[in-house]
Design a protein around this ligand. Sequence first.
Ligand code: SF4
Length: 86
Amino acid sequence: MTEEWRRRCPRLGHEVLFSYCLGCGMNGEPCLKTADCWWEQFDVVAYLKAHFSQETVARLLNPQPQPKITGILELIEQAKRNAGKS
Ligand code: SF4
């Protein structure tokens, strides 16, 4: 299954499942880097369009520059989720 594919996360520095990327962004949305990270493995844009709203897909494909603090908070959220999994 696509959701079980793995790759090394450039933000966390270790392997993650695609399913993780789909829910680790702010408010449980996909990570803003999902399209950037997965486009070489498969048609991730088609996957996102099939599974998420137009607004979410537009946000993922045209991410606005985030203030540094937002990126830091997102990384903290990711780290907390990872800590809960081990
Ligand atoms: S989409 Fe986000 S969480 Fe997934 S590998 Fe890329 S940076 Fe890491």
